[in-house]
Design a protein around this ligand. Structure first.
Ligand code: ZN
Length: 92
């Protein structure tokens, strides 16, 4: 499944997890770091990432590999369903 297009953050998104999931962090061609998020309501968008605020391991990975994948393309809905079930279970 090809990567879906990612737009800059379209609107203010305050939707809760797991409506919003972190797909990946990556270094763009211009050297900026971004976090790519997928929201059920807002779609897929990216936010700027302050590399200095990241955990050291994640920072190194982004600096040297340029990409840290949290959820693979195509697995998003499966992960979201799983997290929803976990959240429901925790409330009971
Ligand atoms: Zn949203």
């Amino acid at each position: 499944m090809p990567d879906l297009p990612v737009t800059p953050r379209p609107v203010r998104c305050d939707h809760p997890y797991p409506d919003v999931l972190r797909l990946r962090d990556e270094r763009k061609a211009d050297g900026a770091f971004v976090r790519v998020l997928d929201c059920t309501k807002c779609g897929r968008y990216e936010i700027p990432l302050d590399i200095d605020d990241l955990e050291p391991i994640l920072r190194l990975k982004l600096q040297f590999i340029g990409r840290d994948v949290a959820i693979r393309e195509g697995a998003v809905e499966r992960v979201r369903r799983k997290k929803r079930r976990e959240a429901d279970g925790a409330l009971r």
